[in-house]
Every structure is written in structure tokens, then in C-alpha cells.
Design a protein around this ligand. Structure first.
Ligand SMILES: Nc1ncnc2c1ncn2[C@@H]1O[C@H](COP(=O)(O)OP(=O)(O)OP(=O)(O)O)[C@@H](O)[C@H]1O
Length: 226
């Protein structure tokens, strides 16, 4: 199986006043295709910083990040934009749905941003909502859905354009444990049945039930991986 993300001694520093915060230090990890990989660790351990770097949303201060064999830390803005738009999908803690649009419209809007032609958008949006089990709720607006359902709409939006990988930052933090587990199992299904690679940053202990590989971060360093 091939590697989809490889980081080599990645560091990210933030300058705050006169101090330098070493948010992540010398992180070297490999993420294989079609796996569910967890980045686990306490608040402040560097999970979001590493996710943003993997997702081409931020640059490392030093070190290399490879995505599908390409060094994205040195890629042009256009190449990075294309990776974000076409190759990756993102899921955030607070769902990020547009409140005045229905579930279907939220997913369809994501497909417009990914430049999917109009003629294909309807079928792709409906398929993505079917995968997350929300075909019957697709005309509901976010506030007419439970938190778990809203997160499933956000997942449908993240997968509808058929990216290679989905990056989810604390996707269960605003859900109770039952709904959180449902969402984690949905990610597991996406890996097993849709051939996606999923990377989840979380401190939710239930991740241990679904992850293939867990990297534990402590003070910006990977202390454990299996
Ligand atoms: N933009 C920034 N400016 C300054 N410091 C930052 C910035 N982003 C992150 N940090 C610092 O880097 C460290 C790692 O933060 P990060 O958000 O990656 O951790 P985290 O594990 O995702 O935490 P949480 O679970 O609370 O989101 C923290 O000490 C944080 O204060």
C-alpha cells in the first residue's frame, strides 16, 4: 500500500511577543492510503497545528511534507490550492454548515467550490448524503438536525467531490459520546467501503475502537505510534 502523507522532521514555531512557541517539533510520520489514522493528545499538544500543515492550510517552519509523493511545503500557491480543493476534504469541530441552506444545498455548494459541473452535482450530492445515511433529511436545514446529523452533513460535504483524504479536527468534541461514536464509525465505514484515507485529531478515547494507527502527541512531539 502506498503512503499518502509523509512528514520529515516537521517543526512549526509561532512567535508570540518576544517568545517562540514550538507548537510541533521534529514530527516524522507516515500515513498510508486507505487507513484511519488518529492524532491523539491533550489540548495544546500540537494536533491542530499538525493537521493544518498536512492539509496545506499552513506551512512548516522547517522540515518537509509530502502528499502523494509531492513536497507540498515547496509547492506553488496554485498547486496547494488545487490540493485543498480537489484532493482533500475537511471536517471541523463546529460543523461549519451554512445555516440558511438545507443539508443538500450545503453539500451541493461544496461541489461548486470544487468546480464540479452543474450536471454532475445533484447526483454526487445525493450519493454523499446517502453514504452518511441522511437521504431522508436532505431538505432539512442545519438547525432542524441533531448535532450528530449536522456533523454527518459536514462529512457528506467533505467527501462529495471524492477527495483522496479527509482531515477531521476534533469532529466529536461538540457531540455526546453516543453520537460521537456514530460519527467515528462513519469515518471507519468511509475507509472500509469508499477507499478514503481519514486523519482525525482528537482526544476522544473512543477513537481507539476505530483507528488503524494512533500517533500520540505530547508537547509538540510524537511520543508513540502503532
Ligand atoms: N497561531 C498561533 N499563535 C501562537 N501560538 C499558537 C498558534 N497556534 C497554536 N499555538 C500554540 O501551539 C501549541 C499547539 O497548539 P495546537 O492548537 O496545535 O494544539 P491542539 O493539540 O490542537 O490543542 P486543542 O486540542 O486545544 O485544539 C499551543 O501551545 C498553542 O498555544
Amino acid at each position: 500500500m502506498s503512503d499518502i502523507f509523509v512528514t520529515n522532521k516537521v517543526c512549526r514555531d509561532f512567535i508570540v511577543g518576544k517568545e517562540t512557541v514550538h507548537a510541533i517539533k521534529d514530527v516524522s510520520i507516515t500515513i498510508q492510503e486507505k487507513k484511519l489514522v488518529a492524532l491523539k493528545g491533550r489540548s495544546g499538544s500540537g494536533k491542530t497545528t499538525l493537521m493544518n500543515i498536512l492539509g496545506a492550510l499552513d506551512y512548516p517552519t522547517s522540515g518537509e511534507v509530502m502528499f502523494q509523493g509531492k513536497n507540498i511545503s515547496q509547492a506553488s500557491d496554485k498547486e496547494r490550492d488545487d490540493i485543498r480543493r480537489y484532493k482533500l476534504g475537511y471536517v471541523f469541530q463546529s460543523f461549519g454548515l451554512l445555516p440558511l441552506m438545507s443539508a443538500y444545498e450545503n453539500v451541493e455548494f461544496g461541489l461548486r467550490i470544487a468546480d464540479i459541473p452543474k450536471a454532475e452535482r445533484k447526483k454526487m450530492a445525493q450519493e454523499a448524503l446517502a453514504i452518511v445515511g441522511l437521504s431522508k433529511r436532505m431538505n432539512h436545514r442545519p438547525l432542524e438536525l441533531s448535532g450528530g446529523e449536522q456533523q454527518r452533513v459536514a462529512i457528506a460535504r467533505a467527501i462529495a467531490h471524492r477527495p483522496a483524504a479527509v482531515l477531521a479536527d476534533e469532529p466529536t468534541a461538540e457531540l455526546d459520546s453516543r453520537m460521537g461514536l456514530q460519527v467515528l464509525k462513519l469515518f471507519r465505514n468511509l475507509v472500509d467501503n469508499e477507499g478514503l484515507t481519514v486523519v482525525i485529531a482528537t482526544h476522544d478515547p473512543a477513537i481507539m475502537e476505530v483507528a488503524d494507527v494512533v500517533y500520540t502527541l505530547e508537547d509538540g512531539q510524537v511520543v508513540q505510534g502503532d
